[in-house]
Design a binder for this molecule. Sequence first.
Ligand code: ZN
Length: 361
Amino acid sequence: MTTLRFSGPVLSEAGEEQRDLYVVDGRITFEPQPGAETVATGWIVPGLVDAHNHLGLEDGGAISEEETLAQALADRDSGALLLRDCGSPTDTRWVQDREDLPRLIRAGRHLARTRRYIRNFAHEVEPDQLAAYASQEARHGDGWVKLVGDWISRDTGDLEPSFPVETFAAAIDAAHAEGAKVTAHCFGRDVLQGLLDAGIDCLEHGTGLSVDQVEQMARQGVALVPTVQQTGKFPEFAAAGREKFPAYAATMDSLAAHRREALMSAHEAGVALFVGSDGGGTGRHGYLWEEARAMHEMGIPAVDVLAAATWRGREWLGFAGLEEGAEADLVVLDRDPRADLSALAEPTCVVLRGQVVVGPG
Ligand SMILES: [Zn+2]
């Protein structure tokens, strides 16, 4: 039995506390363990949480097991030890059998309207099928279902809700009946009110949110994963569509102009925000810290970004932080991430399930 010791300021919702943290048989204890080997010294935070990524997915759709493994290892080695997959066409359940890979919560496959999403990503369905597919993906996943709330319509040439309000509501009810929560990709404004009124649990992107809607989210406990690196690409999306779809381009430009206000009003209203890299979707795996930095650059205080990416994210998804008896998922940093979030870019040490996977030296 090896006993590991980590020392330094341990960061949590309560602030910082200078202490020694021990790992015994894979679990955390703060009881002194004589003779323990000191592994690393620095700022200690719980394993990072990527609240929106995609394992087994790349630009063209599903990828091989070998490629999926490389994604998971890139996440792990960067300190992202709990991944909330927001839709994948690949069955990645095998990842959960591997002790050396991050913890994974899957949402099954994206559910989109026929020919209204990126090719090869989603189950593409019509309104009369959506609720049945939501039940199916709820049973295939780990407690989440992912809907594509809006996408460009070639009929109107603009961003449009993927389904009628009552169709979304029936799908949300169907997923809830299976015990799953529901989240939705939402870029625009028109899709939001129906989803919120239907009791959705989380929104991805959320660039079209109004002040009334973020207040409703706070009241209802609806989370937001803003993926600000992805929404930073709206001017590119607008430019690409301008000639053929001028209405769409105008909508995307207007959302680009509004996105900071939407995010900051959500923060001010007290909406639970989480940090999502969109790795495998429009982002790369292993770069969650870049999303953390980007959220901070939009105006979210560093301490709140850190909390979202660590203890609050873990709690939201049902995992313990750095508590007595908890399984040891932790990251040691060489400087205070509250003062400099780029500390997250290069962890000194990463410990997953009590095993040092990235070590000092
Ligand atoms: Zn995504």
